[in-house]
Design a protein around this ligand. Structure first.
Ligand code: KMH
Ligand code: ZN
Length: 274
């Protein structure tokens, strides 16, 4: 089995410090959390940005500052920006950070209900985002919130807009999307194109059981405050790194080695940093 790639989704767009006071929000806090996550075993960080008042933003300047601070701290982790942003943002707002040429960016494969809102990703917009990522040489990670989105992704791969090596990420347990159950994870994995690499981001209490399944099945894992703010029922997580460290311990117990950022780059076909 190939080494395990752990992605840490540090901040997200929806969680607030009111929900968990340990949430990193400022560029300084996000860079520190990225370093702790890297030291704990993450090889990718999934980034969102916030304004000073804590509201989500896709502003290029804020992303640029986050990315600069991460690199200046000597952190070699793979940087993956969000193009999902927050519900209600325009496509022009959402795509901005791709122009900074991060190594990776998320690309959601369709629209989905998102709690009481709708996370809108119409086909023409997704294709345009894919073209922009291709132009800037940014590797997309294909975000799958429900089963039909795998078919949408396959169509884009066939059209040549998304590279075949682009990894899939199953975001499971969003109210409105596919539930976060073991049965649903097995169904998604079996629905993938042959040889596709995948990870799972379980929301809330689905995070730990689905991550454990991914370790065993040969998939990869995303954890972090964007998807889950608890360490266990009723106990808030102290940090993103605490959630990463638990996955590393599980992987060690289950005999799965954990990839460094450069090993993850080699697996994903991203040029090495060092
Ligand atoms: N905040 C969600 C509406 C992504 O980062 O690409 C979308 C999201 C997905 O977080
Ligand atoms: Zn995100």
């Amino acid at each position: 089995m190939e080494k395990l790639i752990i992605t840490c989704a540090l901040t997200g767009a929806e969680v607030t410090k009111h929900d968990n006071p340990n949430l990193p929000v400022t560029p300084e806090e996000i860079a520190k959390a990225a370093m702790e996550a890297r030291q704990a075993g993450a090889s990718v960080v999934h980034l969102h940005a916030r304004r000073e008042d804590g509201a989500p933003t896709q502003d290029m300047g804020v992303y640029a500052e986050i990315m600069r601070r991460i690199r200046e701290s000597g952190n070699d982790v793979i940087l993956q920006v969000s193009t999902g942003g927050a519900v209600g943002m325009t496509p022009d707002e959402r795509i901005q950070p791709v122009a900074l040429r991060p190594e990776m960016a998320t690309l959601t494969m369709g629209s989905v209900n998102f709690g009481n809102d709708v996370f809108l990703n119409p086909p023409a917009m997704v294709e345009q985002f894919a073209r922009t990522m291709r132009d800037y040489d940014v590797l997309p990670e294909l975000e799958i919130f429900d089963a039909g989105m795998i078919t949408n992704a396959t169509r884009l791969i066939k059209k040549g807009l998304v590279p075949e090596r682009a990894p899939f990420d199953f975001v499971m347990g969003v109210p409105g999307g596919i539930p976060g159950t073991p049965r649903d994870l097995l169904f998604l994995v079996e629905s993938l194109p042959p040889g596709a690499r995948w990870s799972v981001a379980g929301v809330g209490r689905a995070q730990l059981p689905l991550a454990t399944m991914a370790i065993v099945l040969g998939g990869h894992v995303r954890v972090g405050f964007e998807d889950n703010i608890y360490y266990q029922k009723g106990v808030l997580a102290e940090s993103n790194a605490q959630l990463v460290a638990r996955i590393v311990r599980l992987a060690n117990e289950l005999g799965r080695e954990v990839a460094t950022p450069d090993e993850a780059r080699e697996m994903l076909g991203i040029p090495a940093k060092s």
